[in-house]
Design a protein around this ligand. Structure first.
Ligand SMILES: [Fe+2]
Length: 269
């Protein structure tokens, strides 16, 4: 057996896997429900339910999948929704209407929706483009800012990858309030430099690695999404939950890493 006899089967199998991942797995939305026990979470807020959506990378080919994710989030009747960035893969004019259409159903939550930009929201445009679109439906775009509702401080931090992140100003502001704090920050690995004091951080960006082989090998990693890749990390400096996201980056395909709507119920540990 010569090496060149293996080349064709290898590339054939890779192409078939990518195609299967694009046509089947990247479109198979999964609703993941988790109970997150948090050490300092108040008993009075035990049972508080958040729907976390991330990495929409909205385009005309995945708009139905994204709409399905928003509908699934609403169906879970969450107390609040967090949108963890990468609304677009790359800005183009048609994205304005598409984003409006996608997020209109979240108006039902009466302003209990927080959002932060991801690195991709600066590609071919600027994250400030998101503000008027999201505002229309009462969604709060937080760029190094804090809002408070339901007795919780919601800290939204801008994209680290794009050099826009200032975790210090909003964390200092929230520390003056006597209420629990949830941080939304697109890139998960920066949890290691988040000032202490928050109860939970919510992220996306890693896409869960997007491709995971059945034996656990994840060949593709994003910068700042290597250490905390998917799911709940209670032992992180601040407990963090990382979403696998909805859309894709690079090849529009997934393997053993389905698009995710996370329904997170917070309890006092
Ligand atoms: Fe990202």
């Amino acid at each position: 057996l010569r090496l060149r006899d293996l080349v064709l089967p290898f590339f054939g199998a890779s192409a078939a896997t990518l195609l299967y991942g694009a046509l089947v797995e990247a479109r198979r939305l999964q609703v993941d429900r988790h109970v997150l026990p948090l050490p300092s979470w108040p008993k009075s807020l035990s049972g508080y339910k958040i729907a976390l959506l991330a990495d929409f990378h909205l385009n005309r080919w995945n708009r139905e999948l994204n709409a399905e994710a928003v509908a699934a989030a609403l169906e879970a009747e969450p107390d609040a929704v967090a949108l963890a960035g990468d609304f677009v893969g790359y800005w183009s004019l048609d994205k304005i209407d598409m984003l409006g259409e996608l997020f209109a159903p979240l108006e039902k939550l009466d302003g209990k929706v927080v959002a932060v930009p991801g690195n991709h929201d600066y590609y071919g445009g600027d994250a400030s483009l998101l503000k008027p679109i999201l505002n229309e439906f009462g969604i709060k775009l937080l760029r190094n800012e804090v809002v408070s509702f339901d007795g919780i401080s919601w800290v939204g931090i801008d994209s680290e990858t794009e050099g826009r992140a200032d975790p210090y100003t909003p964390m200092l502001e929230q520390s003056t309030r006597k209420e629990p704090a949830i941080v939304v920050w697109h890139e998960p690995d920066v949890v290691e430099r988040l000032p202490r004091g928050a109860d939970l951080m919510l992220s996306g960006h890693s896409h869960g690695g997007q491709f995971t082989f059945p034996w656990g090998w994840t060949p593709m990693h994003t910068d700042l999404g290597r250490r905390f890749v998917r799911g709940f990390y209670p032992e992180a400096p601040t407990p963090i939950y990382v979403s696998r996201g909805i859309g894709t980056t690079g090849p529009p395909s997934r393997l053993c890493c389905p698009p995710e709507v996370a329904i997170l119920t917070l309890t006092a540990a």
